[in-house]
Design a protein around this ligand. Sequence first.
Ligand SMILES: Cc1cc2nc3c(=O)[nH]c(=O)nc-3n(C[C@H](O)[C@H](O)[C@H](O)COP(=O)(O)OP(=O)(O)OC[C@H]3O[C@@H](n4cnc5c(N)ncnc54)[C@H](O)[C@@H]3O)c2cc1C
Length: 401
Amino acid sequence: MRHSYEVVVAGGGPAGLQTARELAGSGRDVVVFEADEALGDNDKSTGGTFHQVVDDYGLPDRVVMDECERVSFEGPAERAVLSLPAYVLDFPKLQEWLGAEVERAGGTVHTGVRVQSPVLEDDVVRGVTITRDGEEETVRAALTVDATGPAATLAGPLGMFDRESAQRGIGMEFEVAGDYETGNELLFAFDHDVAPGGYAWTFPAGKTRYKAGICWVNGFAAARNPEGSIRDHVERWVAADDRWDSGKICAVHAGEGVWTDSITVRARDGIVAVGDAASSINPLFGEGIRPAMASASMAAATVGRAFSDGDLSRDRLCPYEERWNREYGDRWRLQRILSDLLYDFTPGQQDRFVRAIERLSDGGADRLQRYDLSVRDLLTLYPFEPRDLQKAPGFARQLLF
Ligand SMILES: Cc1cc2nc3c(=O)[nH]c(=O)nc-3n(C[C@H](O)[C@H](O)[C@H](O)COP(=O)(O)OP(=O)(O)OC[C@H]3O[C@@H](n4cnc5c(N)ncnc54)[C@H](O)[C@@H]3O)c2cc1C
């Protein structure tokens, strides 16, 4: 293995591989280091997504497990259905395909290589230290990309992403062999009996399979004293609803989310952070693949221009951070506030929230899909209760600082 490249990408998830794919495609000398033994070992994600991912990145049919026409939202007693075309991806296959695309574009992917720390010279990142087969090595690069997901292996210690003050959640799902009667929709349920302080989902995954899971947003789940583990809750969710068969569990996927309002430091001298390593996941519903890919494309465009100028300083890389904040960060900040309310809703509020979704116009549904909700949309969706007033000072601080 070589020990010097133009670009080193730490982490072979959607964000790292898409960044590498675009940079290799524009002629840069790129290597990706992935800690897992195979790219497809990263199977944590349900893979629910929208046409922007499938169309904009040219995903082939073989990475798509299912296509749906609707997205439904359920509260304890209410149900809303939005006509929104959606996809369920085979997440491991997405990684394998993106890895092949990186190599097709001339990049290199090494699996079984763990990135340990940045190489710093005069506060400029000049590459990484890695461990491979138990040995520590140094790999130098003009530009380093942190794409290690919620671990933020480089961005965390470099002070780009403050993981300590971030919101955390865990998700677990079963992939089940069995019929899913509502097989033409992605279903999200907000009901504390099912998913205390979080949400549950059931997505189709081909003709004879579905994926059903629970996400707990830590502080909100803990406050509701859930009985049993998250696995117990997924088992109950799968067993309790006769719209799907509680058939054979074929796989268990699980992972962690760590997120802020996404206003993080995305660039420093010699380094950019993309995807969940820079908290790009949508704070409202936890959708992470689409923003991970979007952040990768934005970063790659800026990095490409910075290479052409021969200047990889923060000043030159900053347009990526500015563009992210302009196109996503400001909206994500408001949605983080709604999410802090959503996971703490009373059962009555959960139902009113679902009813408000049902009343969204076609334009409103489209804005929800694109997370482009206006303040007016958010106020329409928000089922106000007087007890929420006491939370106002905290939210004002979040908005102002
Ligand atoms: C249970 C669950 C369900 C989800 N469902 C959905 C969904 O339906 N739709 C959706 O859009 N999003 C979903 N998400 C979120 C989505 O999966 C993530 O936001 C997305 O994968 C982020 O991509 P990423 O490339 O930034 O990070 P990751 O996918 O986390 O990839 C990071 C990669 O870096 C590697 N890595 C970590 N540390 C190191 C290191 N030190 N050295 C080298 N490699 C390292 C990891 O092994 C991993 O392969 C879900 C998440 C979970 C946990």
